[in-house]
Each structure stands twice: as C-alpha cells, then as structure tokens.
Design a protein. Structure first.
Lengths: 105, 369
C-alpha cells in the first residue's frame, strides 16, 4: 500500500509514539528500556496527566479524533497497542492518509 | 470531550464504595497523601465513615466510587458527597468530588475512569473546590470547566507590618530569624496603624455581632441571597451537622461563627472563619444582602483584628468581589481550583456570572481528612 494515501505504517506509529514517550516522560530516565509490549500505564511511565498529553499528541500527529470511550488501556496501554489502535483508526477513516503526519516536536 | 453514559472498560472495575472498604481506603490515603488531620488510623476510618455514610444527604444514586484492581484490591477512590441546592427555586442535586486517590501501581487511566464515572452520574451539578493542577487538567479533559473567579483568593491585612513581614520571612531560616527578632517592633507599628487614620484604622462598626445559630442561618439565607439563581438548601435540617463537621477542622484554628446585626437590630448577614490566634484567618462563608455587604465585611475584619489575627483571607465569591475590592482586599491566584460541570448550561452560567451563592461550605473545603 502507498503510505501517502493510506496512512502511516504501524511500525512508524510505534516508533513515533516511542520517541514521544521517551522525550516527554522518560527524559530523566534515559536508560529505561521501553519495549513494544511494555506497559506504559501503572508502571510509572505515564500518569493520568500524561495520558491527556499522549492523546493530544496522537490526535495532532496522526490527524485523528480519539473519542473518550477509546481512551482505554487496551488502546493506549503499550506502544504496540497504540500502533494497532492508531493504524486501525487511520485506515478506518482515512484521516491520516492524505497528509503526511507532522513531525514530533 | 464530554463523558457519556458510563461504559467503563478494564482492567479491574469501578464500583460503589462500601463500608467494608474503609480500612483499604484509609491505607490508600496514607499512601497518596502526606497530610492528615487524623494521625490515628481508627480516627480516620471513623471520619470517612461519618463523611461518606452518616451524612444527612444520603443518595444511593450518588455513591463514592472505588476502583478494584484485577486482584480485587482497592487501588483507587473518589469520594462523593451529595448536596441539595436550589436553582431558580427548584431543588437540584449537586455532587461534590473529593479525595481522588490512586495506588502508584494503578496510575495512568484509573483517575480518569473515576472522574469520568463521577461526571456521568445523575447529578445536576458536579463540583470540586480544592483541586490541584493535575485534577484540573483531568477534569477539563473530560469536558468540565474551571470557575476562575472562584479559584481566586482575597486577603485583607489587619496588622499590615506583621502580615507582610511574615510573608517575606518565608525565604529561609535567616529571614525567619529576622522576622522573629523584629516582631515586637512590628507590633508597635501595627498598633500605630490601627489608631491613626488610613486603611488599617480599626473602629467598632455600627451594629453588633452575636453567636450564629444554624437555625437562624437556615431561616435567613433565602432572604439574604434570595435574588441569586443558585443557593444551598439549608432548610432541610442538615446545617447543624455541617457546621459540626466544619468546627472539627483544626488545620486553620477554631471556627468562629458570628451573626451581624445592623444599628436597628436587623440581621445584616454573618461570617464564619477559622482563627488561629495570630496568623491569617481563613473565611468559610460570608453571607449578606447587597446592602449589608459592607457592614458584614467591616464586622468580620474588626472581629478578626480583635482576635489578634494579622490578616484574614477567603475565596472570592463573585457577588462579593466589588465590596472586597472597595475594602482594600488583595486578590491572588495561588490556591486550589474550583471545578464545575453540568449538562445544564444555565447552571454553569449562574456560577460563572455570579448569580450563585456557593461558598467554601458548599464544596469540600470544610472537610478535614
């Protein structure tokens, strides 16, 4: 599939989410190992305010709207879950397909 | 984002708080908060039981909430206190959120789930008035609002030299020592300020004050704040209990509750404040009809000065703001936030625009965990 028309690849979403989490929540802990399936919530990586910031990042970076009922551990609990969730959203509504996502600040 | 009907998803589950949860909730509170007025566990257990179960406004539809993790442990809590209010003459249900706490290993979405479940409840108005920045951000992300005016505080210096020197002394031990050494001189300067003309001159205002009785409060409030769209319902007999709980709070000293009568003996209003005998008195409530605001505030300041306070402070109530300014109060945005949420825009409008009488006695400020 053409990434320019169908949205970012799942691996790209995971990489960008990882970079965001590292830069914003783990900048004081550079040695923290952050695997795709490592829990982000309840592990001291992201707290309740961090969730708000993460949702804002995902909405802005991938040009999608996340509904309140979608803010769950199943969708945001790990980098892999974020990758699956965002990838599915982008492909479901095509919102992330027509424009290349913004760079992480 | 506005919370819709509760469709909570795991892991773990949210459920109503039960008496059997009390020991676990107290243990969680010890983890989450450093400060407590009740050092002994059994006293804190008894207090939580009194506040969340044995209050006069029991409403099974508005329970406090707990989060039970996957192992069945209580790992999150949000206290809820129902409060009956009157809006445009009709009873409405308010729910006060307090004591949001989550175990460290459950942080992330649990606080959000608790707030979301709370805001999706059947109450007409949700509020919380001792919220920190984290709670404010969480609340706002769920569609709630901040009443910025109610999040301001006012301070009236009564012994200005002592008060401002005390504020300046908070910079370290050396400053503190200098302040202690200078106290006798500052006291002399304050005596002079109270006697000579100017904003700090203290004179007995016209009229008189006497002990404030809850029955008088309940009977008089409708007349004093009658034109306002939203007010508490004190006529249900709950005020005596509420004032007993408020008097139980010791963080800011003893609760003083005084009724103010004008020169002809008519009730002008009242004030309730905490007095620690020398520092800054914290006002719980000032009630007055518009025509009596100046007199009630003057009596408050005079009473607090007589009690030896250096200053008196309170939360800004929009309807009182003009008179507070006229009486040389200083406004600041330093304390906790007042958070509000309602699906009924006219209720939100009434609070934000000053058409509501919602004092610290209507929120969670009077609580003393």
């Amino acid at each position: 599939m053409d990434q320019q028309t169908t949205g970012p690849a799942q691996s790209e979403i995971v990489d960008r989410a990882r970079a965001y989490v590292r830069e914003n929540f783990l900048y004081m802990r550079p040695d923290w190992t952050l695997g795709d399936e490592d829990p982000l919530l309840g592990s001291g990586v992201i707290d309740s305010i961090g969730v708000i910031e993460l949702v804002e990042f995902l909405q802005g970076a991938f040009r999608l709207a996340i509904a309140e009922e979608e803010i769950t551990e199943q969708n945001l609990g790990t980098l892999a879950a974020i990758g699956r969730f965002v990838h599915q959203k982008c492909h479901a509504n095509g919102s992330g397909g027509s424009v290349r996502p913004r760079q992480v600040a | 984002m506005t919370p819709g009907p509760l469709t909570d998803s795991g892991p773990g589950r949210l459920r109503p708080f039960q008496r059997e949860d009390l020991p676990e909730v107290v243990a969680l509170r010890r983890q989450a908060f450093r400060y407590s007025e009740r050092k002994r566990t059994e006293r804190l257990v008894a207090y939580l039981e009194r506040i969340f179960y044995d209050h006069p406004w029991a409403d099974p539809e508005l329970p406090a909430l707990v989060y039970e993790d996957e192992r069945g442990r209580v790992a999150g809590f949000l206290g809820v206190i129902p409060r009956p209010l009157l809006f445009q003459g009709a009873p409405i249900r308010a729910a006060v959120a307090t004591q949001l706490m989550v175990a460290p290993e459950s942080r992330g979405l649990v606080g959000r789930r608790l707030f979301r479940a709370f805001l999706a409840g059947p109450q007409d108005l949700s509020l919380s008035d001792t919220a920190n920045d984290a709670a404010r951000l969480l609340w706002a992300s769920l569609g709630g609002s901040v009443s910025v005016t109610h999040s301001l505080t006012w301070t009236r210096a009564l012994r200005p030299y002592r008060h401002y020197a005390s504020r300046a002394s908070s910079g370290g031990p050396a400053r503190r020592l200098a302040w202690l050494a200078a106290r006798p001189l500052l006291s002399v300067a304050d005596v002079c300020a109270a006697r000579i003309g100017g904003p700090f001159r203290q004179q007995m205002p016209p009229g008189a004050t006497e002990h404030l009785d809850p029955a008088v409060m309940a009977a008089t409030l409708p007349r004093l704040v009658g034109p306002r769209a939203l007010r508490p319902l004190y006529e249900d007999g709950s005020l005596g209990w509420l004032l007993e709980q408020a008097a139980d709070k010791r963080q800011f000293g003893e609760l003083r509750q005084r009724l103010v009568r004008g020169p002809r003996g008519e009730v002008a209003g009242w004030f309730l404040y905490y007095c620690d005998g020398g520092g800054v008195g914290q006002v719980l409530q000032v009630a007055a009809a518009r025509s009596g605001q100046a007199l009630v505030l003057r009596h408050l300041f005079y009473d607090a000065w007589r009690e030896g306070l250096a200053a008196v402070a309170g939360r800004v109530e929009p309807a009182l703001a003009a008179e507070l300014g006229a009486q040389r109060c200083r406004f600041e945005r330093t304390g906790p936030w007042m958070l509000i949420h309602s699906q009924r825009t006219e209720i939100m409008h009434a609070i934000v625009c000053g058409a509501a009488f919602v004092s610290r006695l209507e929120g969670e400020w009077w609580l003393s965990f």
